[in-house]
Design a protein around this ligand. Structure first.
Ligand code: AMP
Length: 569
């Protein structure tokens, strides 16, 4: 029996430690004791979820239903549960408080199976059914277990570690070598279902990692672009011929075509098909093959003209989609293809892939191929950039045309390099930063935040380190929108994966979840910020930051990295 209690012990220990190594060691010793068939479920649960991101992992229950479930499981009146909730502010704590009878531990796979059932019930009477399923598990669990069951059900486990730590723990548990984490991560970029990967490691060891390939319906991490400081650097990075493509400012999308079954995934690997039924249907008419995986950018597009990013963000909605299809028409610009009719194209060069893409897409009003130029004459590349800017685009992405120009899932390498208008206008850079704290506003901004404490991602340490405090550039609407968004993510203390120095201590801490794009003028060093800081070095800091926009399409793991800043400095 895989006791859920053991996992719960790990959760509560991890809550009190911040040492990377200790967290990994705890997780790996837990995994070592499991049977291979339990490893899949344990991997999802360790991350506080019930499946890979590209599946529906939302149980569809909020505070109200949870309150009813606690009340029914422990025979306490609803009013009493609500009262306790208003004092503790955490329904997990409330459940464990009312769960007075000590029971034997509940089975881990049972907890998981019930949660999946809760997610899957729909239609009339589904709310009652969800409550009774949840209350059923609560009845069987110990107080400590019920606390975490509630947190997982609400999607609020917040242990402060992500896939990277888990991968390291899996490497230690099943291959005895921490160094294998890199290899597992490379595979995870292709097979983004951590549960499946973990199970394979437990059953067949590290050698099984080489066997994973693209599978329709399971998104691959997207390839990313590096940036340079001057346009001349592009010439040095790509001696000889290069391709320059227009850079579209919209939302990255990976579209999987499997006959009539067409699914769109976001950069965060979430299924966004329901937001873009118009794109799905346009792609079904434009694709000439039966099975394919396409990579591109969705933009707001009206009467043949690309519209600003802000417009497209209004399409990020669950309701009234039909109405918005008319209000905000969109188009997709495809720039890559990584799978065709049963074969992965990841190892093919960019010119080969582009040819296959061109051959398999019929352009239409809303399905386009990225415009580009290929040349060894650098003045032609410059011209192409200027023309793109005149057209109102953001810039260009220059791509290697060499034989080795493979598709690198999840990698930000030198095969793709972006050059944007902002870069060309002097030392003005944009950064994608994660909000980790807020400072109270004064005067006109009373009741709102006055400034946001923002962080970059330190990939080596798998944590967020502060880089700047942003207090300008917000319109009144921005204030409202950000205040609303923040509400869900305020927490009492800095989580284990955020490093904030005493000097920068914010008035309120924010769980890393919201990404904003910020324009800054100069990178300096500062004793107050922790970005890239170690015993011998001060942290990096961004001077004169200015808020540009919220990046709903990006998650914290997509933030600008310490390494990128180091390269710019
Ligand atoms: P950034 O988000 O600033 O790191 O720029 C990289 C992003 O540009 C990619 O993730 C794509 O979403 C987007 N993009 C727009 N046009 C292209 C293109 N032609 N080729 C590759 N990426 C593009």
């Amino acid at each position: 029996m895989g006791s859920f209690g053991k996992l719960v012990n790990i959760y509560s220990e991890i809550e009190n430690i911040s040492s990377h190594k200790k967290i990994v060691d705890l997780l790996s010793s837990f995994f070592k004791e499991l049977e291979p068939k339990q490893v899949r479920v344990a991997s999802y649960l360790a991350l506080g979820t019930i499946g890979p991101k590209f599946e529906d992992i939302d149980l569809g229950i909020g505070d109200k239903l949870i309150i009813k479930a606690i009340s029914s499981a422990y025979g306490i009146s609803r009013e009493k549960v609500e009262e306790e909730f208003s004092i503790h502010g955490d329904l997990g704590d409330v459940a464990s408080k009312f769960n007075e009878r000590q029971r034997s531990s509940v089975d881990m796979e049972d907890v998981f199976a019930q949660m999946v059932k809760i997610r899957d019930v729909s239609g009339e009477g589904s709310q009652g059914e969800k409550i009774s399923l949840l209350s059923g598990i609560l009845e069987k669990s110990t107080p400590e277990e019920s606390k975490y069951i509630i947190r997982i059900a609400l999607g609020k486990l917040r242990l402060g570690f992500g896939e990277k730590f888990l991968i390291e723990a899996l490497a230690v548990a099943f291959t005895d070598k921490r160094d294998n984490a890199g290899k597992i991560e490379d595979t995870y970029n292709i097979c983004t279902d951590i549960g499946q990967l973990a199970r394979s490691l437990a059953e067949h060891g590290i050698s099984s990692m080489g066997r994973f390939s693209i599978k329709l319906g399971r998104p691959v991490q997207m390839m990313l672009a590096k940036r340079v400081d001057t346009i001349e650097e592009l010439d040095q990075k790509f001696p000889g011929k290069m391709a320059a493509e227009e850079k579209y400012d919209g939302e990255r999308v990976q579209i999987h075509v499997n006959g009539n079954d067409i699914v769109a995934f976001s950069r965060r690997l979430e299924n966004i098909s329901s937001q873009f039924p118009d794109i799905i249907s346009a792609v079904s008419k434009s694709i000439k093959s039966d099975k394919a995986v396409l990579d591109g950018e969705i933009v707001a597009y009206d009467k043949g003209k690309i519209q600003p990013f802000q417009k497209l963000m209004q399409r990020r909605r669950k309701h009234n989609v039909e109405e918005y299809i008319e209000k905000i028409p969109v188009a997709v610009f495809f720039f890559d293809i990584i799978y065709l009719n049963g074969k992965s194209l990841l190892k093919k060069s960019y010119p080969e892939r582009r040819k296959i893409l061109d051959d398999n897409i019929r352009e239409s009003d809303s399905v386009k191929l990225s415009r580009r130029t290929v040349s060894s004459d650098f003045s032609r590349i410059r011209d192409f950039f200027e023309k793109s800017i005149e057209k109102g685009l953001e810039g260009i992405i220059v791509k290697s045309v060499e034989k080795k120009s493979v598709y690198q899932p999840g990698k930000r390498g030198w095969l793709w390099v972006k050059w944007k208008k902002e870069y060309a206008e002097g030392m003005r850079e944009t950064f994608d930063l994660v909000i980790v704290g807020t400072y109270f506003g004064k005067g006109k901004r009373k009741g709102s935040f006055g400034a946001l404490l923002c962080a970059v991602l330190n990939e080596d340490k798998d944590r967020y380190e502060t880089f700047t405090k942003v207090g300008t550039g917000f319109s009144d609407d921005d204030f409202d929108e950000i205040n609303d968004l923040l509400e869900k993510y305020f927490i009492d203390n800095a989580p284990g994966n955020v490093n904030i120095s005493k000097m920068m201590e914010p008035d309120r801490y924010v769980e890393p979840a919201i990404v904003i794009e910020v324009l800054g003028s100069r990178i300096t060093t500062s004793p107050g910020h922790t970005a890239g800081k170690d015993n011998s070095k001060k942290g990096f800091a961004l001077r004169f930051p200015r808020f540009l926009r919220i990046r709903y399409d990006k998650g914290p793991v997509d933030a600008t990295t310490v390494e990128e800043i180091g390269e710019l400095k």
